[in-house]
Design a protein around this ligand. Structure first.
Ligand code: ZN
Length: 131
């Protein structure tokens, strides 16, 4: 298993980690197989969506914050209940195919680490499964 360390810049931040993940695919030498991407945090997740237009990530952040505002009369004592809820909506893992040593993704797709309680340095676990 490989661990990436990804610094985030704001309380709510979507960081495109696609090239970092592809670098690990290059290093590990897997030609065909699967990559499991897992984020071991309760207030930070991972998603795949459009990376061509950065406004898409901004819209996701804005709309999630409308759906689940920071202040919401939550019971959780840490003042980050919204971060936990947003993380459950986004999810903690993604699976991507690897073919010919490359991540198989759509032209406009990117892999985003989604921090909902930053800024801080987050871990991303990568596990390759060879075909
Ligand atoms: Zn908490």
């Amino acid at each position: 298993m490989i661990t990436l360390s990804v610094p985030t810049r704001q309380r709510i931040d979507l960081v495109d980690i696609t090239s970092q993940v592809q670098q690990e695919v290059d290093k590990c030498g897997v030609v065909d197989g699967l990559l499991s991407i897992y984020v071991p945090h309760t207030t930070c997740g991972v998603t795949i969506n459009e990376s061509a237009d950065p406004d898409v990530a901004e819209d996701i952040k804005m709309q999630l914050s409308k759906l689940v505002p920071h202040e919401g009369g939550y019971r959780h004592y840490e003042d980050n209940a919204d971060s936990h809820i947003k993380t459950s909506i986004i999810g903690s893992s993604e699976t991507v195919f690897i073919e010919n040593g490359k991540l198989v993704m759509g032209t406009w797709q990117g892999i985003f680490l989604c921090d909902f309680d930053g800024p801080r340095t987050r871990k991303v676990y990568l596990k390759f499964i060879k075909e």
